[in-house]
Design a protein around this ligand. Structure first.
Ligand code: CDP
Ligand code: MG
Length: 768
């Protein structure tokens, strides 16, 4: 039976584990799926040519206006980075040529919009200019980023630049506490704060600044705030717009700079009442753009072919491939590596580097390193490389035409990351990346007709397409009573606000009049999604098991810690099964954590048990921070010891609206939507001899069908007790799970009895 189970799992991963093959179908993967960490990351391969595989057909675009030629001089930038000092690199950036003008504009105006091509130096230079100009003498300079990766990576670069300037000045010896990352220049992202008392420039996610405004509504510690990447229109940036407009009105000493990579900055200027727009002149080179001749079935394979085509037939210059997420990035890297290996040792070397948010930071940093002499670099990235990160030396861009967008799915009542076609604005940004340091080429893996007819002009702002519960909770605690009155640049659909209010209401965070409840006020203190903070607080107040739930929540806040290496699937599944707690994946996570803790999170022990040691240590850090937050609220974690039923009940208190009822063997239907939902093959409950009548799950993954992921068996009575707005007890009966549990324990007791009896009999016989 076990063998069959792992066979089925194997099959599932073969089918669903790879996105290749049905690339053109829009698929859903919840955020967690994206988050799965990868153990290897970097791949470096080389090989001899095979070009028999056929190429993607391109015709030259007729209608596309290539970027205007402004500067003939081609800078070989990887060489540039190798040979020029940091000062020279900084002074080469377009922002430097307008430094004085820019600083004057900032001096004369409290709010300024800064527009500049990507790579002009907005993110890395503006903060430093402000520091050099003395703005850090009475506060710190904050710079928000919509993406964690960008915040970390840019902070690292800027800390190196600042340190280099200190060194060059010769004024003092370098000191790691001040000049290392986390000193003068630091960053802060959720669950990770790398700043200290020396920090003057702080990069952070927009969510972090939003949270800070809860504690310090005037954001007094900042003398200047740069809202970077405003064109991205991320949810938190959009909310910050409204919040910061009020702060700026109250604080005449605050400098607010909003940056955008696109020219449509007028909306930002209008929003702040017609503030000046400062344009950094671009320095771009012409980019020749090609479209696919026919619709491509599989963008991963198409990208691979195009890459090899470029690599073997086109002049030197690095390649940047835009993919949607970790899964197809890894797919592309693997296939490319395989092809290169097959080509043999002595062909032209190609350095393939992945880039996505869950990639360990040291591997992310590699994309910025210049490739060795004579090696072509090929970066395979998510849309983070579209505007947030600039890599010099890219000459060829390959655009899959897709990206992952967080979209609120009312069917499942939560956000899902959908693979969606990019907008034309995104596509043009992408192609522009090829023309930063010299003339370039962009290959679009979609047809010109698709570009014209199927792509939207611009992307829909996140605020109009995602779940707002978090934001609504935050705004409520900022004292905004009527959300429809809040200063949104583009207000979210009223329906979305209502749904979010409803979700908060069913969790008990707001009352019938829409005001925060005591529970709601406590929930805001945690940087967690509302259901997770509810779970924690319920566990504390009603379950006496906050210690255990803290661990569950921490484990749910990091990417999956299990890994399943290729070729060792069965082996790793077998090891993982040893951790299974049969009635719950959440408890399985708890179990894994406790066991790893017994072994002091030892890396070797983790690897031996197919657990990402980095991942589980991350969970430990998250855990430590959540414990601190609990203690700050005078909630000392309490443990329920070994009786974990209350833990399951706490899970139920937060996820009762994600519940399913058994329909047949292994088949469930969602209790609210009636949609069939299957147990995910990675679940501890999958393939069990028995199946509980009711389950709650953390999230739904839609691939070939709807899979519940992270599932816990719950009692029918709990659903009625905790989610009375949805469920009532029709009949009073012992739930099947309880019955089976009793049956099991009865059987065990019987067996024990028999064992005992047998031993006694044996003893008796011996005596005789
Ligand atoms: O924000 P914007 O797109 O205007 O440009 P930026 O991110 O400030 O990039 C300015 C320069 O810094 C580019 O030439 C990047 O290649 C370089 N950079 C780098 O070398 N390493 C990083 N981690 C980030 C930026
Ligand atoms: Mg930038």
């Amino acid at each position: 039976e076990k063998k069959e189970r792992s066979g089925m799992r194997q099959k599932f991963w073969e089918l669903g584990g790879s996105r290749m093959g049905d690339a053109m179908r829009v698929k859903e993967v919840t955020e967690k799926g994206e988050g799965e960490e990868d153990g290897e990351g970097e791949k470096e391969e080389s090989g001899e040519k095979d070009q028999g595989e056929g190429e993607v057909d391109y015709k030259k675009s007729a209608g596309f206006a290539a970027h205007v030629k402004k500067d003939e001089k081609e800078a070989k930038s990887s060489e540039f980075a190798r040979t020029k000092t940091i000062r020279e690199q900084r002074e080469y950036l377009p922002a430097f040529s307008v430094r004085e003008d820019l600083l004057r504009t900032v001096r004369e105006n409290n709010i300024v919009i800064v527009v500049g091509e990507t790579g002009s130096g907005k993110t890395t230079q503006l903060t430093q200019y402000l520091m050099e100009e003395g703005y850090t003498e009475y506060g710190i300079v904050g710079c928000t980023q919509p993406r964690r990766v960008a915040a970390m990576s840019v902070a690292k670069r800027v800390s190196e630049e600042v340190a280099a300037m200190v060194k060059e000045s010769g004024k003092r010896e370098l000191n790691d506490e001040i000049d290392g990352l986390g000193g003068t220049v630091g960053y802060s992202i959720r669950f990770e704060d790398l700043t200290n008392e020396h920090t003057l420039i702080k990069y952070m996610t927009d969510g972090v600044l939003l949270r800070e405004s809860l504690r310090d509504p005037d954001l007094n510690k900042y003398s200047a705030i740069i809202m970077d990447e405003a064109h991205e229109r991320s949810l938190n940036t959009d909310v910050l717009f409204g919040v910061l407009r009020k702060v700026a009105a109250r604080r005449s000493d605050l400098k607010l700079i909003v940056t955008s990579a696109t020219l449509s900055a007028d909306v930002f200027s209008d929003f702040f009442g017609g503030v000046p727009i400062f344009r950094i002149p671009g320095r771009t080179f012409p980019v020749e753009t090609y479209f696919a001749k026919s619709v491509q079935e599989d963008y991963v394979m198409a990208a691979v072919k195009q890459t090899l085509q470029i690599h073997f037939n086109s002049p030197p210059g690095d390649i940047l491939i835009f993919m949607t997420g970790q899964e197809d990035i890894e797919g592309t890297c693997t296939v490319l590596a395989e092809k290169m290996t097959n080509l043999g040792e002595d062909s032209k070397p190609l350095l393939v580097l992945p880039m996505y948010s869950q990639l360990p930071a040291d591997l992310q940093a590699k994309i910025f390193d210049a490739a060795p002499e004579g090696v072509r670099k090929c970066i395979v990235s998510t849309n983070v490389a579209e505007t947030s990160l600039t890599v010099d030396g890219i000459k060829y861009v390959i655009d899959s035409g897709y990206c992952k967008l967080k979209v609120y799915n009312p069917k499942i009542g939560m956000d899902a990351l959908n693979v969606t076609p990019v907008s034309r604005a995104n596509a043009n940004q992408r192609s522009g990346r090829a023309g930063r340091t010299g003339p370039g080429f962009c290959f679009r893996l979609y047809t010109e007709r698709q570009f014209r007819e199927e792509l939207m002009e611009t992307a829909v702002p996140e605020i109009q397409r995602t779940n707002l519960s978090n934001v609504v909770l935050l705004l409520k605690s900022l004292g905004i009573k009527n959300l429809l009155d809040f200063d949104f640049m583009d207000p979210p659909p009223e329906d979305n606000i209502m749904t979010s209010l409803y979700q908060l209401w069913i969790l008990g965070a707001i009352d019938n009049t829409g005001d925060l409840t005591a529970l709601g006020r406590r929930m805001v203190e945690f940087p967690l999604d509302p259901p997770l903070s509810k779970m924690l607080l319920f566990a504390h107040e009603h379950g006496q098991c906050s210690s255990e739930v803290l661990i569950v929540v921490s484990m749910l806040s990091v990417p999956s810690v299990f890994f399943r290496p290729k070729g060792r699937e069965e082996e790793s599944d077998a090891v993982r099964e040893k951790f299974f707690v049969p009635e719950s994946d959440h408890l399985t996570l708890l179990n894994v954590y406790l066991r790893a803790k017994q072994y002091k999170f030892d890396a070797q022990w983790c690897t031996k048990h197919f657990i990402h040691s980095k991942g589980i240590r991350k969970a430990r850090e998250v855990h430590a921070q959540l414990v601190d937050l609990m203690k700050q609220q005078k909630l000392d974690p309490v443990s329920c010891g070994g009786s974990w039923d209350v833990v399951r009940k706490s899970i139920c208190s937060a996820y009762f609206y994600n519940s399913s009822k058994i329909k047949g063997i292994g088949e469930y239907i969602n209790m609210l939507s009636g949609i069939p939902s299957a147990l995910h093959p990675s679940s501890a409950l999958f393939g069990l001899g028995y199946t509980p009548d009711y389950v709650c799950y953390h999230e739904l993954i839609s691939t070939t069908k709807e899979y519940m992921s992270c599932v816990t068996a719950v009692e029918g009575e709990w659903l009625a007790e905790l989610g009375p707005m949805f469920f009532s007890i029709k009949e009073s009966y012992e739930s099947a799970l309880k019955r089976r549990q009793r049956e099991r324990s009865d059987a065990a007791a019987m067996e024990k009895e028999m064992e005992k009896k047998k031993m006694e009999e044996e003893k008796e016989r011996e005596r005789e």
